[in-house]
Design a protein around this ligand. Structure first.
Ligand SMILES: Nc1ncnc2c1ncn2[C@@H]1O[C@H](COP(=O)(O)OP(=O)(O)O)[C@@H](O)[C@H]1O
Ligand SMILES: O=C(O)C1=C[C@@H](OP(=O)(O)O)[C@@H](O)[C@H](O)C1
Ligand SMILES: [Mg+2]
Length: 177
């Protein structure tokens, strides 16, 4: 398929849900470019996400992330976001303007298997917050912003990309937006 002219596909979801990995495969599959906002942040800040999080804290990290999202002016791209992008309403509105938003939904069990490096991965956890609490808090936001939700548990990257492509073909974007 070809995504209609002037649109991008943004992937949102929990850290470890596969946005960065699937984004590249999907971009190749549907003939788009690929960008990962985490890499934009690291390059512009000249620090890793963990270093930014440690030095600046949760609120400032989210601000930096939202600014990076707001600076995105791309066309025909798959955009992999960081999991905390859902906290920035303006950034999410910008992503909506840029194209379609796809939520990669994963269970707590799947995330626990993948996120063995929670402490060094730079996840925007509030003090004392568990992964389960974070998942419940964010799922509500991801669902609010997503046009398409893909249940990813038990599927490999290829199957998920296939499902995203099929869902993009089915879902008709409202013309009033
Ligand atoms: N569908 C999948 N099945 C198995 N492992 C996956 C799948 N998607 C991603 N992974 C693995 O999970 C980890 C996190 O993926 P990543 O793309 O970095 O997620 P995110 O960008 O959403 O944080 C990586 O090790 C990746 O290889
Ligand atoms: O969910 C989070 O709090 C974060 C997820 C990371 O990206 P991934 O979702 O790609 O792991 C990165 O943006 C940052 O470390 C914060
Ligand atoms: Mg990522």
């Amino acid at each position: 398929m070809t995504v209609e002219a002037g649109t991008n596909v943004t992937l949102i979801g929990m850290p470890g849900s596969g946005k960065s990995t699937i984004g590249v495969v999907l971009a190749k599959r549907i003939n788009l470019q690929f960008v990962d906002t985490d890499l934009i942040i690291q390059t512009s800040q000249q620090r890793t996400l963990q270093q930014i999080m440690d030095a600046e804290g949760f609120d400032r990290f989210c601000q930096i992330e939202e600014n990076a999202v707001l600076s995105l002016e791309v066309d025909h791209h798959v955009i992999a976001t960081g999991g905390s992008v859902c906290y920035g309403a303006e950034g999410m509105a910008h992503l909506k303007r840029l194209g379609r938003i796809v939520f990669l939904k994963t269970s707590l069990q799947t995330l626990e298997q993948r996120l063995s490096n929670m402490a060094t991965r730079g996840i925007a956890l509030k003090p004392g917050q568990s992964l389960e609490h974070l998942l419940n808090e964010r799922n509500e936001l991801y669902e609010k912003y997503a046009e398409i939700t893909i249940e990813c548990d038990g599927l490999n990257v290829e199957r998920i990309s296939e499902r995203i492509e099929a869902a993009l073909s089915r879902a008709v974007r409202p013309t009033s937006e």
